[in-house]
Design a protein around this ligand. Structure first.
Ligand SMILES: *Cc1c(COP(=O)(O)O)cnc(C)c1O
Length: 400
């Protein structure tokens, strides 16, 4: 019998164990299958891989380095902490990795428009960037409330030339933007493509986005071994939808001695209604075309979720994470808004690295764990993005 390997997930119908799939109307299923076929076709093409590799190198600035956070490790007095610096990518986070892949796929399929929603604007900026580069029209739907809050990202999207649609219905936030973008997509799904911003949604998106993000782990595994002659004892990343985490974890899943921790936002506390700890407190259900863990109200509606990091507040989570949780291969823990703020300031002041509030959740977990480990043990943290976007907010919150 051949050894079970994680790279073979999902199966051909898009299932990771019982999770994932395509919970969508038959017309859309056909379109998703076409996207899957096109993806499977181009991923085999050496020209496509060469184009993506070249863009990763010369445009994104890959490989992103691994940095040994010596001062932080020394101060904590336990395990050595290493950071995978996705914050140094062009546009400031890991999202550009899959946006480039999606934009190239859209072009290959002859799509006439790329559509997406954005909450805080991170996915919107990365996608608008990739579409400008590839030369394909891009339309981003964003809640009016978020547009007012997220000025720098809104300005960037405009400069990058995407069409920004302001959504005023409902609460004028992320969920309404999703509905609005999806309606636009349904007007012509044959010619349009909906570019999902994480490892969520119907098959093939959880697989495709994971594959584009797996460059993080592939690089990190090699770099870490070259630096230390070992594999890390722990690998950790924050989990919203789960794309930066799965991109990091996937290269190590068959290394039996590596432990994984996905860090969810505990917000104002797991005992309050204001958190977004889907795998910690949710249960298997369906959302946005897939089966996954979901935080639901008693009526079976997705819960309104909260995190200080807007990139993490999603009531569902990727199907592969849902499966890895049930298998026990990855532990999912959480960090509160306050722990996140503390980690944000600590990393800034002791290493001179201002992390994204999302990424600061993973740093917070590493800071909690390191003192319980010995000095020759290691924790590799995926620093998914930089904190420029959060600097004003944090300064105001802390009265700096
Ligand atoms: C969007 C975002 C996340 C959350 O998304 P995942 O799909 O869970 O990775 C994390 N970090 C940063 C910096 C982000 O912009």
């Amino acid at each position: 019998m051949s050894k079970f390997t994680y790279a073979e997930m999902p199966n051909k119908d898009g299932f990771f164990g019982e999770f994932g799939g395509q919970i969508i109307p038959p017309e859309l299923k056909q379109i998703m299958d076409e996207i899957n076929d096109a993806y499977e076709e181009i991923r085999q093409k050496p020209e496509f891989q060469a184009e993506l590799d070249l863009l990763f190198a010369d445009y994104v600035g890959r490989p992103s380095p691994i940095y040994h956070a010596k001062r932080l490790s020394e101060k904590l007095g336990g395990a050595q902490i290493y950071l995978k610096r996705e914050d140094l990518n062009h546009t400031g986070a890991h999202k550009i990795n899959h946006c480039l892949g999606e934009a190239l796929l859209a072009k290959f399929m002859g799509k006439t428009k790329v559509i997406a929603e954005t909450g805080a604007g991170q996915h919107g900026v990365a996608l608008a960037t990739a579409c400008a580069l590839v030369g394909i029209p891009c339309e981003i739907h964003m809640g009016q409330v978020d547009i007012e809050k997220e000025h720098p990202n809104v300005t960037k999207m405009k400069i990058l030339g995407c069409k920004l649609v302001s959504v005023t219905r409902g609460t004028a936030t992320l969920k309404d933007a999703v509905d609005s973008a999806f309606e636009e997509y349904l007007k012509d799904p044959v010619n349009f493509i909906y570019a999902i911003g994480s490892v969520v949604g119907p098959h093939p998106f959880p697989k495709m986005v994971r594959d584009f993000q797996s460059i993080i782990g592939t690089e990190a595994r090699e770099q870490f071994q070259a630096k230390t002659n070992h594999l890390p004892d722990y690998v950790t990343a924050c989990v919203g939808g789960g794309s930066n985490a799965i991109g990091m974890f996937s290269a190590f899943l068959n290394d039996d001695n590596v432990n994984f921790v996905g860090v969810e936002p505990a917000g104002k506390g797991l005992d309050t209604q204001e958190h977004s700890a889907t795998l910690t407190l949710g249960k298997p259900s369906t959302l946005h075309g897939m089966k996954c863990y979901v935080l639901e109200t008693e009526e079976g509606e997705p819960m309104p979720v909260h995190s200080i990091a807007s990139g993490l507040d999603y009531p569902g989570v990727g199907p592969q994470h849902s499966y890895l949780k049930d298998l026990g291969r990855v532990q999912y823990e959480s960090a509160s808004d306050q722990e996140c703020l503390d980690a944000f300031m600590e990393l800034s002041r002791i290493e001179g690295i201002i992390p994204a509030l999302e990424s600061a959740h993973a740093v917070a977990w590493a800071m909690r764990k390191a003192p319980t480990l010995s000095k020759d043990q290691t924790i590799l943290v995926n620093l998914s993005g930089r904190g420029d976007k959060d600097a004003d907010y944090v300064a105001e919150k802390l009265g700096l």
